[in-house]
Each structure stands twice: as C-alpha cells, then as structure tokens.
Ligand binder design. Structure first.
Ligand SMILES: Cc1cc2nc3c(=O)[nH]c(=O)nc-3n(C[C@H](O)[C@H](O)[C@H](O)COP(=O)(O)O)c2cc1C
Length: 225
C-alpha cells in the first residue's frame, strides 16, 4: 500500500464570503503516512487484551498500557460502559494506536468482536476488575463485550481487583474471587492503602508496574492451549 496517498481536508467547512455566499472548500493535501504511522498495524510477538472496568483506578491502567506498548507488546483495550465514565476511550486509542473495543455488536467484526479479539490474544488482563466484573466472570454471565470475551478466550487471565474496602470484604466478593482462582484465573492484589472513598484499607488496585510484572511472567510461562 502506498505510504503517500493524499486526502483533501476542508479545514473551514461552511465558510462564507463577505457577501454571505458559500466559499469553495480549501483543499489541503496530507500524506496518509502520518495515519499509517500512528495506527498499530504491525505484528507483535505478544498480543495482550486489557479489559478496563468502571472504577476510579481506571486512570492507572493508562500507565500500564503505555508501559506494555513501549515494550513492543500489541495491546488492545476493551472498556465496559461504566469504565468510560472514568477515562476516555481516546486515551487508550492514542496509547495503543488501536481502536478501543466497547461494543459487542460492532460491524467491523463480522464474527463478533468477542471471537476475533479472543482468538488473537495471548493474555487477557482485567484492570481494574470491579466487584461486578468478578461476579459476572465467576458466574459465566456475558452481557457486555468484556464479559463475553472472558468466556470466549482460551488464553490465561489475570485480574486486578479494585474497590472500596467494604466491598472487598463482602463474602459474596470473596466467593467470586475463590471461584475465579479455582477456574485458573490469577488474581493480582488488591493492595492496602489510600482508597478513593477517602479511607485507608484493602481494595486499592495494584500498581501498574506490579501488574506489568505479572503480565510478563504469564507471557513467558508455557500455556497449555
Ligand atoms: C465514583 C465511583 C467509583 C466507583 N469505583 C468502583 C470501584 O473501584 N470498584 C468497583 O467494583 N465498583 C466501583 N464503582 C461502581 C461501578 O462503577 C459499578 O458497579 C458499575 O456497574 C461497574 O460496571 P462494570 O463492572 O461493567 O465496569 C464506582 C462507582 C462510582 C460512581
């Protein structure tokens, strides 16, 4: 494909002359090399899916994603609708050079985004994992793209829970975590420390560095499938 296709952009749409008449669009030629350079279309040794749940800790996942990309790992981000209340998809799109997956019914994926994304992943890491995501994964509920990918994938899964300490201490959450461990999921953290509910306690998402270390360990260990 040519790296020098050019497009015309109308930078001043609906421009009017002094007489109030429409002015012909001003064409600007730009090279598609820029967009191709920015899009991550290259092949990577490792492909990692990062699932982002709806918690304040989602902002820390941007640092995790940036670190993985700088290590030449191909990263695709899946966000829940709630996650988009906390951090914009544009941040993850820019960091990964890829579109962020948010929609189960996305026309770009005729087989279903959950199938295509799951098939190419070497690892699925959910960070932050909300109490809701833990519950859905533990019970096989697939009512959004992230939870559907969880069921469709065959690769190893790492989960970094993050929530208020009262939520983390609930027996229902502990049961779901235990179920996920029994299902072969690796749980990272949570850590003790300052929580966004302005308390100190257990429930803080592990640091991006700690999660990245767990991802590297999982990628370098043999996987049965
Ligand atoms: C300000 C705020 C912070 C929240 N933080 C968390 C959190 O850290 N962990 C959690 O499990 N839920 C948290 N929630 C609740 C979740 O956003 C809510 O349960 C949501 O349904 C989760 O959706 P998801 O699991 O699909 O992302 C928070 C809600 C609000 C309004």
């Amino acid at each position: 494909m040519s790296l020098h296709r050019s497009f015309t952009l109308d930078l001043q749409p609906n421009r009017l002359s002094d007489e109030g008449l429409p002015v012909k669009p001003f064409p600007v030629a730009i090279s598609s090399a820029t967009s191709e350079y920015c899009m991550d279309t290259s092949t990577h040794k490792h492909e990692v899916l990062i699932g982002v749940g709806g918690g304040v800790a989602a902002y820390k996942t941007a640092a995790l994603v940036s670190q993985l990309v700088q290590e030449d790992i191909g990263v695709t981000v899946i966000m829940t609708p709630a996650a988009q209340q906390f951090i914009g998809a544009a941040t993850f799109a820019a960091l990964t050079g890829r579109e962020v997956a948010v929609d189960t019914f996305d026309a770009k994926y005729p087989l279903g985004a959950h199938i295509t994304l799951a098939n190419r992943a070497h690892l699925f890491c959910i960070a932050p994992a909300t109490a809701n995501i833990l519950a859905k994964a533990a019970h096989g509920i697939a009512d959004d793209l992230l939870s559907t990918v969880y069921l469709a994938r065959t690769c190893p899964v790492l989960v970094a829970p993050a929530m208020n300490c009262e939520m983390w201490e609930k027996p229902a959450v502990a049961r779901n975590v235990k179920q996920l461990q029994d299902d072969g999921v690796t749980i990272i953290g949570p850590d003790e420390g300052w929580l966004s509910c302005r308390r100190k306690g257990l429930g803080r998402m592990s640091s991006p560095e700690a999660i990245a270390t767990a991802i590297h360990a999982a990628l370098s260990s043999p996987h049965p499938t």
